[in-house]
Design a protein around this ligand. Structure first.
Ligand code: GLN
Length: 281
């Protein structure tokens, strides 16, 4: 491996990666790859592009570039990803936390709660964030995947909430006990037809079961809302993330479950992203 500067490596790498994932995303990902490989900050990388890339750093950057050329998500390559201002461990076992889901967090935090449950927690990003933001709350996070629960446990540990978060292997409500004043979920909601059209980063590298329940994409909501009533404390709230075209259908399931104040909320891009409701007092 010949010695080269950071800038020279970056230009050569961009020429390889841009045709595969597009120039803007390639430039961003290469910056993050170089930051990881060199240990330099974004600002230092910018001014330090004339510095020599050490052989160790170059080998690391090459390995990460090779992975990204296969469409592996950068979050999985780096092994962690930011969500609501915190860094979460990620792997192929769970969905990469998405900025869309921060809408659910903001809505959940807009009102008090002390006992929450997150159904289908995956990496634990939602449950861990909510408990980290509310030091007096406790919660339960469930998932049907034990590998996901292991990841959620690591993230709870990382952010100091493990003592307040119980983890349970469960298929939606089956085996769950207790009553909650906040029920949240980002369930699989992509329809079978839409799933086929998703990016290879998603279909080849993220767990299919976390993204699509098959069919019309609504079956997880039918299970969650169909069973929600006994688990909600009086005036307790339920919030679920949805796909942009599912607001009306999911709001209908909330109403059918007897919830009131049912509302559809848009994300920062103006797309419908969350449905909320609460149990009547
Ligand atoms: N927003 C995700 C995507 O389209 C889907 C998340 C989910 O199904 N819960 O990639």
């Amino acid at each position: 491996m010949s010695t080269q500067t950071i800038g020279a490596w970056q230009r050569a790498a961009l020429a390889r990666l841009a045709p595969v994932i597009g120039p803007a995303e390639a430039a961003r990902d290469l910056r993050l790859i170089l930051m990881r490989a060199t240990g330099l900050s974004a600002a230092h990388l910018g001014v330090g592009s004339g510095e020599v890339l050490t052989p160790t750093a170059q080998a690391q950057a090459e390995a990460m570039l090779a992975a990204r050329l296969t469409h592996q998500p950068l979050a999985q390559i780096l092994g962690e990803w930011a969500f609501y201002g915190r860094s979460f461990h990620v792997s192929q076992d769970t969905l990469v936390p998405r900025p869309d889901t921060e809408t659910l967090i903001e809505l959940a935090l807009a009102q008090p709660f002390s006992r929450m449950v997150d159904l289908g927690t995956g990496s634990g990003a939602i449950a861990v964030t909510l408990l980290a933001e509310r030091a007096d709350a406790r919660g339960l996070a469930s998932d049907i995947s034990q590998a996901a629960l292991d990841m959620a446990a690591r993230n709870a540990q990382r952010h100091g909430v493990a003592g307040r978060l119980d983890l349970q292997c469960a298929d939606w409500w089956a085996g769950i006990a207790g009553r909650f004043d906040l029920i949240v979920s980002n369930p699989p909601y992509v329809s079978a037809a839409d799933y086929a059209g998703l990016a290879p980063e998603i279909t080849q590298w993220e767990p299919r079961a976390a993204l699509t329940p098959g069919g019309d994409g609504l079956s997880a909501y039918r299970q969650i809302l169909g069973g929600v009533a006994p688990f909600l404390l009086a005036e307790g709230r339920c919030l679920v993330e949805i796909g942009a075209d599912q607001g009306r259908a999911v709001a209908g399931l909330f109403t059918a479950a007897g919830l009131v104040d049912v509302a559809v909320h848009a994300d920062i891009n103006g797309k419908d992203r969350v449905v909320s409701g609460r149990r009547a007092p």
